[in-house]
Design a protein around this ligand. Sequence first.
Ligand SMILES: [Zn+2]
Length: 159
Amino acid sequence: MKFIADCMVGKLARWLRLLGFDVSYYRKIEDEELIELAAKEKRIILTRDHELIKKAEKRKSLKQKTLLIESEHWEEQVEQVLDHFKLRKKIDPNSRCLECNEKLKFLPKARAKNLVPPFVYEKAEAFALCPSCGRVFWKGTHFHDMERKLSRFVQKNKT
Ligand SMILES: [Zn+2]
């Protein structure tokens, strides 16, 4: 399942990527262009804009391929998407590049040495590399706040 998010739900797009989902996002994009991309790449449109949904649903291939995001708050937005598409079991945190939406590749610690600051290399537990932009991501003490939020989304799965 792939998504495309409109400009108004950038934070939602970022968090969905963080949870491992394929989400296209452009800071500036015309409605027509977004609809075109959604149709071409078979993506579900996430938006807070009724008009955009109306326009998209006129296309046969985009019927039922939209979701109107209800809340203004990103956490509720994430919850809505996870629940609506029953995605909790598919959550795979830290598996996708936050910048370019590419799947990350595991990076052995030894190879990360010259790619991250020394304090990160010392403290982080696991590294991953984006094959597209070359950014290195890591798991470690630095990201506890973010990871606590992440795990909340994951844990709801078990209840
Ligand atoms: Zn990247």
